[in-house]
Design a protein around this ligand. Structure first.
Ligand code: FES
Ligand SMILES: [Fe+2]
Length: 467
């Protein structure tokens, strides 16, 4: 498909603001506590144009390519470390039609295996569990210890070619970052550190491993995993999908950045909060600050009467919120800039991990296909909060499983309303894409505001077309 041909594509506008509704870069200018350099460093250039082929979301063949070239070969986050806090605790991670078993083998060590019995191939472990000393197949009782060594197979006399030392569970690579256990099924894969590149430096100031899950929801969505994920990679949809958010967030004015560091690919979006969107008619700074304050206090929009007198700008709002967070968690938030307290800052790590950054919206998302089909996926969502500097990370909350028709809001309250609004579009996009007329030849993406999606597809196609 045709690429854009302008010779000066790197001169394109990066967000559009004015005095009332500034871009992120302008919104932070008067902040008393300035963001660190790691946030103010820009990294964006034109990442390619052209249309997106709808087959990428609907075709079984494309889905199979993803399974073979992506999911069997890439680093992917599975569970939080605190979901398997004790030796023998284990987690079953399924992606597309692949299944893996992750187990804590020592207080500070994890192993992961292909979750398959090496006798006749039953899935070895069906569900996550606690404190196992062995994994016993339900079909004929072959058993392995948590280190993956074969310790029992009935009627050993009848298996002359089985030697326990060559029949260990088949391992996959394991690494940890940000409080997550990552795996890579490809035993020849690069190390996790190479996959992450400099991303961990961005999170040094706001460590995800020092956070607890307040809730963890897993929802099955009747849409391709990329449709679901891409709904969170731009803020261009906010004015139509979340109209109440434009009163306090300049959705049109996000800053977008991308990094390609060898095998490491990640991106970032930063939306100014406490300022109105240009799409909100009659917006004022005072109203935007008041709505931001009300949301932090869980005050209903229609019950909002005004602001405490000490809150007059972004910095005084951030200071008030900093103290509120400190009291609620016992953790020191004094080093965080106003932007890190207020703004919507979201990172993405290839292929499927979206960790938000900062205290405005401390959420984590992971997306993956849930079956051998292109039109269904899992979305995992965590809301997190900082643990105090002296407290160990508590055990993870139980996973709340939601089906395609279930509401996030019913499960987790107010925040779920926004997720329900996003989720409402996803199956309808899937339906629409199956009916794509072929002309135009594909989906159109905004040059800048949807450029993180362009960047993702560029990386994805590089991986799928690779050797
Ligand atoms: S398939 Fe597992 S013991 Fe037979
Ligand atoms: Fe959204």
């Amino acid at each position: 498909m045709a690429d854009y041909s302008s010779s000066n594509y790197n001169d394109f506008p990066r967000g559009f603001g004015n005095e009332l509704s500034p871009t992120w870069r302008d919104a932070i200018k008067n902040d008393k506590r300035q963001p660190p350099e790691i946030l103010t460093n820009e990294s964006s250039e034109f990442v390619g144009g052209g249309k997106l082929d709808p087959d990428r979301y609907t075709s079984y063949e494309f889905h199979r390519r993803e399974v073979e070239k992506l999911w069997r070969r890439t680093w992917q986050p599975t569970c939080r470390e605190e979901e398997i806090p004790n030796v023998g605790d284990h987690f079953v991670y399924n992606v597309a039609n692949l299944s893996f078993l992750i187990v804590r083998t020592a207080p500070d060590a994890f192993k992961a295996y292909w979750n398959v019995c090496l006798h006749r191939g039953r899935q070895l472990v069906d569900e996550p569990g606690k404190g196992a000393t062995k994994f016993r197949c339900g079909y004929h009782a072959w058993s392995w210890n948590i280190e993956g060594e074969l310790i029992f197979y009935p009627g050993a006399w009848d298996f002359p070619d089985i030697k326990p030392e060559t029949c260990s569970l088949r391992e996959v690579k394991v690494g940890t970052w940000a409080g997550f256990v990552f795996i890579n099924p490809d035993k020849n894969a690069i190390e996790l550190s190479e996959h992450l590149g400099s991303l961990p430096q961005h999170f040094e100031r706001w460590p995800l491993e020092k956070r607890r899950g307040l809730f963890h929801v897993r929802k099955t969505i009747n849409a391709n995993w990329k449709i679901a994920m891409e709904a969170f990679m731009e803020s261009y949809h906010v004015m139509a999908t979340h109209p109440e958010l434009i009163e306090m967030s300049a959705d049109h004015a996000a800053q977008l950045d991308y990094w390609d560091e060898g095998a490491a690919h990640f991106s970032r979006m930063m939306n100014p909060v406490g300022v109105p969107s240009q799409y909100f008619k009659g917006g004022t700074r005072e109203h935007a600050l008041a709505v931001t304050w009300a949301i932090a206090n869980d005050i209903r929009h229609d019950a909002l009467t005004g602001l405490p007198p000490e809150i007059t700008d972004r910095s005084s709002l951030a200071e008030w919120r900093r103290k509120q967070l400190q009291e609620a968690t016992g953790a020191d938030h004094s080093s965080l800039s106003d932007a890190e307290i207020l703004d919507g800052i979201e990172y993405w790590l290839f292929p499927n991990f979206l960790p938000w950054f900062g205290e405005s919206f401390p959420i984590l998302y992971i997306f993956r296909p849930n079956a051998d089909r292109p039109d269904t996926c899992y979305m995992d969502v965590w809301l997190t909060s900082r643990v105090s500097d002296t407290e160990p990370r508590p055990e993870a909350p139980a996973i709340i499983e939601l089906g395609p028709e279930d509401s996030f809001q019913k499960a987790v309250g107010t925040l779920g309303l926004v997720l329900d609004q996003d989720d409402f579009n996803m199956p309808k996009v899937q339906v629409g894409l199956h009916s794509w007329p072929g002309d135009p030849e594909g989906l159109t993406l905004a040059r800048y505001q949807e450029s993180r999606i362009r960047h993702f597809h560029k990386v994805l196609m590089g991986v799928l077309n690779g050797a």
